[in-house]
Write a protein that binds this ligand. Sequence first.
Ligand SMILES: C[S@@+](CC[C@H](N)C(=O)[O-])C[C@H]1O[C@@H](n2cnc3c(N)ncnc32)[C@H](O)[C@@H]1O
Length: 351
Amino acid sequence: MFNAPLPDPAPITRHLRAMFGSRLLLAAVHHLNVFETLSAGPLSLPDLSRTLGLNERPAMTLFPALCAMELLQWDEAGRLALTDLGRFLTVDHVPNLTGYTGLEKDDPGALEMAVRLKNDGPLQTDEGISFVKEGEGPSPMDDPELSRKFTLGLAGRARHLSPIVAANISKREGHLLDVAGGTGFYTYEWLLANPTSTATLFDRPAVLAVSAELLDEFSRSGRPGAAQVKERVTFMPGDMLTDELPQTDLLLAASLFHDWPTPTCQALATRFAAALRPGGELWVHDAFLNDTLDGPLAVTDYSAQLFWVTKGRCYSRAEYRSWFAGASLEPTPTTIPTQLDYGLIWARKPL
Ligand SMILES: C[S@@+](CC[C@H](N)C(=O)[O-])C[C@H]1O[C@@H](n2cnc3c(N)ncnc32)[C@H](O)[C@@H]1O
């Protein structure tokens, strides 16, 4: 029987994340006064951020999103400026849409987005932040019920994307370290495609309890070679921010960096570089901002969602490549689109 290829489910995640983009728009117009501020003339990123009281993370979430919405643009001097469309969001423009968009300004999501932008995160973090374990504070990833909920919540996405990722990252005999591997599907699919290789799945212990169940299910799938994958996987519980990582030929960071702020990403790149053997490869599977920091809209909406739920945001490939170079890795120019607005980039450790 002929099986038609599955469609890219990106439209579903785009509609889901558009909600966070809408919250950014309302917060920018009605609670941060971005458009009135810029109506006096273009400002550099540091000047605009300072005037509005925004840290780097909220600024780098908000301004690329407003550019992707075609409301702001980077001018020739590298400053942020209103577009003709953006002028419709200033009170002196006749006509304007400030009254019309203002009908939604007290939407709870928009109000909370404004709070989070100004505070660089939620005011209350007593229960920890989703997908993040840092230091001694509480983490949902260490709570049996919450870590199961979050890990299984990612399972459908990983199931769909992991065969595409496995088909595109290097095939080689050796070892794969899947850091913060979650469900483990990326590991299992890569091992299926690399029948003589081994892998370590590194994550929090409560997460790995769920991954082990999913590996059992994968092994029993009846797919050729699936039953043998189990004996080639090592589960390693730990803290990727502090624990020593095992030496490896390939390291996969899938949906990992986007949960963390820039200084943590730089530190992680350095840790991952240290775990690679000479000639080893660091692969990143993520959604990337344009290097021009003006879109794509699907990714700026995703960045808004990540800004809301994690300590991170989406980054451009140029930002990743600067961390790789800072960790003495050689960034490659390769960019491979996968699906769901994701893609792969990678860097090599010199021999
Ligand atoms: C967004 S999920 C990505 C999971 C998987 N790579 C994927 O793409 O489906 C982030 C993962 O990072 C893990 N994580 C967060 N902080 C960690 C830490 N300090 N050490 C190890 N894993 C951590 C979480 O438990 C979670 O499984």
